[in-house]
Write a protein that binds this ligand. Structure first.
Ligand SMILES: C[S@@+](CC[C@H](N)C(=O)[O-])C[C@H]1O[C@@H](n2cnc3c(N)ncnc32)[C@H](O)[C@@H]1O
Length: 345
C-alpha cells in the first residue's frame, strides 16, 4: 500500500496471480481494473475469492498462460511475484519480460522493478558438527570411521535452509542485478561473477572439553550462501537506478549496509538476507570443503547456467582459485528441498 498513488486509477496486470491476493490489494488501492492471470487451476480459486470480496467488476481473472491470453487493453502497471528460489531458479521472470513487451504501455510501471542476487561465504559449525561429530559416539558405540564419509556427504548436497546472519563471514558480493524495465530473456541464460572475500569472523576454540585454555582462530569456511532482494521502485527510483545499476555478469564487491539504507530511504525493499526476517525463499547454501588458507581469504568465479529452464537443468560451477579445483554443484533438481520450494512457488 506504500505505492497506492501509483496504482490508483491505473490498469494493472498481475502475472501469475495465484490466489489473486496482490490483484485484490491493487483493487483496494484504487486500480481501475486488474487483469489477474494464472496458468494453473488456482485461477479458479482466484475467481471465487474475487467474487467473495465483491470485486468481480474490477478484478478480471484469466485462466491461462500469460503468453497465450488475450487482454482487452494495454496496462499501466505490471505486478508479479516472479522470484524463484535463488532469485532466478525456475523463476517467472521470462513471463514478466514477455508481458512487459506485449502488454505494458510505454512508461508503465513494473513492481517489483529491480532485483539483486548476493553471494557470501558462510560458516556453519553447529550444523557441520551435528552431522559429522555425531559419529564419534552413537549411543555409546564408537563410529569415528564414519566421519570422513559423513564429511563427504555434508559437502555434497546444496540445500535451501534458513541461515542466520551470524553465519555470514563477510559482506556479500553482488552476483547479478536485474532491471525489470530493460532485462532481456537471453540475459538470464548464463550468469557469471568473480568474487574475493576476506573473512571478518573469528571463533574461540577450547583446547579440549575440560580445559579453560582457548585460542582465537578464523571461523571455518563451510561454503557459500545466496540470497536476493527486490525493490519496488516508482518513477522516483530512476535516479537511484542510474547510480547503482550494473549489467548482469558484473561483480560488484562493494555491498555495504549504508547502500541498503539508501535503498530503503527511497523505495521499498523486500530482502531475503540472513540478517533480515526469514521468508519462504530462505537462503541457498552451497557447501564447500575448504582449505584452511581459504578461511581468511578466498577468491574465485561462479557461473550459473540454465536457471530459467523448467526442465531443472541448472548447473552451478564455483571455481575457487585458492583451491584450483572447480566445484560443480549437483544439478539443482537433485535437491529434494528445492522441489518442495518449487511447489510453493
Ligand atoms: C509464486 S505464485 C504467485 C502467488 C501469488 N502471488 C499469491 O500470492 O497467491 C506463481 C504463479 O504463477 C503461475 N504461473 C507460472 N507461469 C505462468 C505463466 N507463464 N503464465 C501465467 N501464470 C503462470 C503459477 O501457476 C503460480 O500460481
Amino acid at each position: 500500500m506504500h505505492h497506492k498513488d501509483l496504482i490508483s486509477g491505473k490498469v494493472v496486470l498481475d502475472v501469475g496471480c495465484g490466489t489473486g491476493v496482490l490483484s485484490i490489494f491493487c483493487a483496494f488501492a484504487g486500480a481501475t481494473r486488474v487483469y489477474a492471470v494464472d496458468a494453473s487451476d488456482i485461477a479458479l480459486q482466484a475467481m471465487e475469492i474475487v467474487r467473495e470480496n465483491e470485486l468481480s467488476d474490477k478484478v478480471i481473472v484469466l485462466h491461462g498462460r500469460i503468453e497465450d491470453v488475450e487482454i482487452e487493453e494495454k496496462v499501466d502497471v505490471i505486478i508479479s511475484e516472479w522470484m524463484g528460489y535463488m532469485l532466478l531458479y525456475e523463476s517467472m521472470l521470462g513471463s514478466v519480460i514477455f508481458a512487459r513487451d506485449k502488454w505494458l504501455k510505454p512508461g508503465g510501471l513494473i513492481l517489483p522493478s529491480h532485483a539483486s542476487l548476493y553471494l557470501a561465504p558462510i560458516t556453519n559449525s553447529h550444523r557441520y558438527q551435528d552431522s559429522i561429530y555425531f559419529w564419534r559416539d552413537v549411543y555409546g558405540i564408537k563410529m569415528s570411521c564414519m566421519m570422513p564419509l559423513a564429511k563427504q556427504c555434508t559437502f555434497m548436497e546444496p540445500s535451501v535452509e534458513t541461515i542466520s546472519g551470524e553465519n555470514v563471514l563477510t559482506w556479500p558480493t553482488v552476483v547479478a542485478q536485474v532491471d525489470c524495465y530493460t532485462i532481456q530473456a537471453p540475459d538470464l541464460e548464463t550468469i557469471t561473477a568473480a568474487y574475493k572475500f576476506t573473512s571478518m569472523l573469528q571463533e574461540v576454540v577450547f583446547f579440549n572439553l575440560w580445559s579453560p585454555r582457548a585460542m582465537i582462530v578464523p571461523a571455518p569456511l563451510h561454503g557459500f550462501a545466496f540470497w536476493f532482494d527486490v525493490e519496488f521502485n516508482g518513477p522516483v527510483r530512476q535516479k537511484f537506478k542510474k547510480q547503482t545499476s550494473q549489467p548482469l555478469d558484473v561483480n560488484m564487491p562493494n555491498y555495504n549496509p549504508s547502500n541498503k539504507k539508501k535503498k530503503a530511504d527511497v523505495s521499498i525493499v523486500l530482502s531475503t538476507a540472513p540478517e533480515d526476517a526469514p521468508t519462504h525463499w530462505q537462503q541457498y547454501w552451497r557447501p564447500m570443503q575448504s582449505d584452511p588458507a581459504d578461511e581468511v581469504c578466498n577468491m574465485g568465479h561462479i557461473a550459473l547456467e540454465g536457471l530459467q529452464h523448467e526442465s531443472c537443468c541448472a548447473e552451478m560451477c564455483v571455481m575457487n582459485t585458492s583451491q584450483h579445483e572447480p566445484y560443480y554443484a549437483p544439478k539443482l533438481s537433485d535437491m529434494a528441498d528445492v522441489a518442495v520450494l518449487a511447489d510453493v512457488a
